[in-house]
Structures are given as structure tokens and as C-alpha cells.
Design a protein around this ligand. Structure first.
Ligand code: GLV
Ligand code: MN
Ligand code: MN
Length: 418
């Protein structure tokens, strides 16, 4: 249902135009199963960013990228010197990702700019739509990289030498991207947004199960990432007795099973995932000499996240003997709480549009978690099919995608008028 007040930008949001743009961008890195493989700083990522820069040029909007490759589309305000209202998300995907995780937040922002043009609305503040570099962190770790550099949470120098699995160094992939996306460079750190808003699919089952179109996001649980290396001794699989082996993979299995036990909680709140495990040398008839694996640990309570992470450090070393175990922290993002006023404005915008809504936390990480360090920040969730994400079958309806964009449009204009 839409409101009849034609002066509201939400009335000019086009469900079909938004869907067409989402599908156009989903072609970059499209997979046979209907998802996308558009990993950060890949050719496909460059193609999606180039599409956005063309989109901006066709409408006369300025477009910039900064040193880490974040891409900004700017609709000028009546007072161009004021800090802009910023909205966006990311265009990079998981290796077997869906069409909406990230792309929705960027393209919903562009749809809002089209709606404002159609409605002939001039806002006092500029509005900027951003596509953050490397939110997923699946190719280059850690994730939410572009927003963390923008928000000064991380120094760009700390990530330039990170490599992907094939040995490509981030600074080389970044240089290729910066040269290939045809827009001018804007100096990093040259501006701070007035506020930041991000629309995203929920990536969980709550909204769909409750048949509620809008989630007003209250915050994001904390995320701690660890790297573990288990070093044993390579040996012949046929001749080496079990008692004299230092089998790095056997130790890894024991460590992971002990950590599964350590992290199991009755309420199922603590999230523990081993998403990557490389066994070396990877030969069927050699006892593995080395294993690298990652841990992704999440909890809404900072102290619990710290304490369990610290216990993992100790426990992994105890269990891994006789192999040598090294544990290192890759990143720690404390739980985020979003701005109460922004949450209220999102809720009011949904009320005016007759969309039911609930307040809910985010289980997934988002660029908004870093932005909340430098400006007031909020997020809008919409349902996705069976709550499935980080999966090529990820899906959302055109109707829900448009509903979230309408709420985003009215919320943006509320703040851009201040
Ligand atoms: C982002 O996709 C995350 O890891 O939550
Ligand atoms: Mn995302
Ligand atoms: Mn994701």
C-alpha cells in the first residue's frame, strides 16, 4: 500500500524500475544457479561499479571513489556545503552469493535519487549513495573493509598487503579497480556524513515468518574473527604408525569438536562457524603437516564475545598437542547500537506508509556497524525467502524491496531537510 501524499518521495519510488536495476546489476557475476559470484575487487565487481557510475553520469550526478575504492554518487543539496545524508551498502558478494545481499542497499539508494528527481524535490543537504569496498571479506580479509577505512576504524596501510587465496595482493587488485572505474578520486577523510542509513535484506527468518515487511534494526551483534594454524609433521600414510604421527588434520578435528562444545549455549545465541579449512599438502597419501582454519564468532554481548574468544585461544592449544597450534585474532567488531532517533523516524515513515514493522537486532554484520562510530546510523530490513542468504538461491519479492525503499526515501528526506 502506498500513501497518496504526492509530496512524499516514497510515492515516486518505482517497484519495476528498482527491480530492473537489481536484475541489471545481478548480471555481473551471475551464476548458473541464479546467484552471483562478484567478489571484492574482481572484474565482476568493477563491472557492477562501472554500471553505477554510468547510471550516475546519465543523470548528471557527480560520482567519486576514494583510496580504498568506495564509490559515491552525489545528488547535490540546496546547501552543498552541509554534510550529506549518506545511504548505501556493498556490491561485492560471497563466492556463491545471492542477488540482493548488499546490492539492494546500494540500488535502493539510487532508486531514491530517481524518485527525488521525479518528484522534483530539492533537499537542503546533499545525499550520497555509497557502494562500500569488500564488505564480505570472503576474498580479502577482513570484511567491511571500505567502511572501516572510511570511518577511520582501520588504517588503509594495514590492509594493502593482504592476499587472496591465489596470492593476489589487495593493493594490486585495488589499483586495477581504481583505474578501471571511470570516475574521479576524492580524498579519503575529506567529509563526514550527517547521518548514515542502510537498507538490507534481513538474511534471517523473522520478518518472513511473522509476515512483517519492515524491520527497524536496533543494532548488530559483535563479531570476532580468528585464524588458527595447526602444525604437525608430514609423513607417509602407509608406513607411519598412528602413535608416532603428528597429524595436523586429526588435531584440527579434535580442536573443532572441543570448540563446538565450548561454544554451545542453551539459548542458541552464540554463533560459532568454521568457514574455511585448508589441509596441506592436500595429498591423499601424506599425513597432513599443516592446517589453516578460520573461526567466525558472534554474540550481542561484548564481554561474552571477548571471554569466549580468549578461551578459544587457550583451549585450541591444549587440545592440539602434539601438534603446535597458533591462534591469532583477525578482527574484533564490538556490538553496535543504532541511533534511537533514526529508529523512531524509520518507524514513523513505515507507519505513514501503513507498513507493519518490528524492532529487531541484526545477526549479520554490515557496513553500518563502522559508520555508527562517526555519525548517527540506522538500518532498515526487509524479508527474504526462508531467511536464506550467503546462498545463490537467496530471494526477495519486488514488493518487499520497494516497500523498504519507500521507507528509506522518506527517512532520507527527513534528515536531508534538517
Ligand atoms: C557479512 O556478510 C557478515 O559476515 O555478516
Ligand atoms: Mn550484506
Ligand atoms: Mn553478506
Amino acid at each position: 500500500m502506498t500513501n497518496n501524499n504526492t509530496s512524499l518521495p516514497s510515492n515516486h519510488v518505482s517497484e519495476q524500475r528498482l527491480w530492473n536495476l537489481l536484475m541489471d546489476v545481478a548480471a555481473y557475476g551471475a551464476t548458473e544457479k541464479g546467484g552471483v559470484n562478484r567478489q571484492a575487487l574482481s572484474q565482476e565487481d568493477v563491472a557492477a561499479k562501472t554500471h553505477v557510475s554510468r547510471w550516475a553520469a546519465e543523470r548528471g550526478f557527480q560520482c567519486f571513489q576514494d583510496d580504498i575504492g568506495n564509490l559515491f554518487v552525489r545528488r547535490e543539496g540546496v546547501e552543498p556545503t552541509l554534510d550529506p545524508v549518506m545511504t548505501g551498502s556493498h556490491l561485492d558478494s560471497q563466492p556463491t552469493g545471492g542477488r540482493f545481499d548488499g546490492a539492494y542497499g546500494v540500488l535502493a539508494g539510487l532508486e531514491v535519487l530517481d524518485a527525488l528527481n521525479d518528484a522534483n524535490i530539492q533537499t537542503r543537504r546533499p545525499i550520497e549513495v555509497v557502494a562500500w569496498t569488500n564488505e564480505e571479506g570472503s576474498r580479502f580479509s577482513p570484511g567491511a573493509m571500505g567502511s572501516s577505512v572510511f570511518a577511520d576504524v582501520r588504517d588503509i596501510g594495514a590492509v594493502l598487503d593482504v592476499t587472496d587465496l591465489s596470492g593476489t595482493v589487495l593493493k594490486d587488485a585495488l589499483a586495477t579497480t581504481l583505474a578501471a572505474v571511470p570516475v574521479p578520486q576524492r580524498k579519503s577523510g575529506s567529509m563526514t556524513p550527517y547521518c548514515y542509513l542502510e537498507a538490507h535484506i534481513e538474511q534471517g527468518p523473522v520478518l518472513e515468518e511473522r509476515k512483517i515487511p519492515i524491520g527497524v534494526v536496533s543494532g548488530i551483534q559483535g563479531i570476532r574473527r580468528l585464524n588458527i594454524t595447526v602444525t604437525g609433521e608430514e609423513a607417509h600414510a602407509g608406513t607411519t604408525p598412528r602413535r608416532s604421527r603428528k597429524d595436523a588434520f586429526a588435531s584440527t578435528v579434535a580442536i573443532i569438536s572441543a570448540l563446538e562444545e565450548l561454544t554451545a549455549d542453551d539459548d542458541d545465541i552464540l554463533r560459532f562457524t568454521v568457514g574455511r579449512c585448508d589441509v596441506l599438502p592436500g595429498s591423499p597419501n601424506t599425513v597432513p603437516g599443516r592446517v589453516h582454519f578460520t573461526i567466525d564468532l558472534r554474540h550481542p554481548d561484548n564481554d561474552i564475545l571477548r571471554s569466549i574468544g580468549d578461551q578459544i585461544h587457550t583451549r585450541a592449544k591444549e587440545i592440539g598437542a602434539p601438534c603446535h597450534v597458533e591462534v591469532s585474532d583477525i578482527s574484533f567488531v564490538a556490538p553496535t547500537k543504532f541511533d534511537q532517533n533514526i529508529m523512531a523516524v524509520i518507524g514513523s515513515a513505515a507507519d505513514r506508509l501503513d507498513y507493519s514493522h518490528i524492532t529487531m537486532p541484526s545477526g549479520a554484520g554490515h557496513d553500518a556497524m563502522h559508520m555508527s562510530n562517526i555519525c548517527r546510523t540506522g538500518m532498515i530490513f526487509i524479508p527474504c525467502l526462508r531467511g536464506i542468504s550467503h546462498n545463490e538461491t537467496e530471494s526477495a519479492t519486488a514488493e518487499d524491496l520497494a516497500a523498504g525503499t519507500r521507507v528509506l526515501a522518506d527517512t532520507i528526506v527527513h534528515f536531508a531537510s534538517q
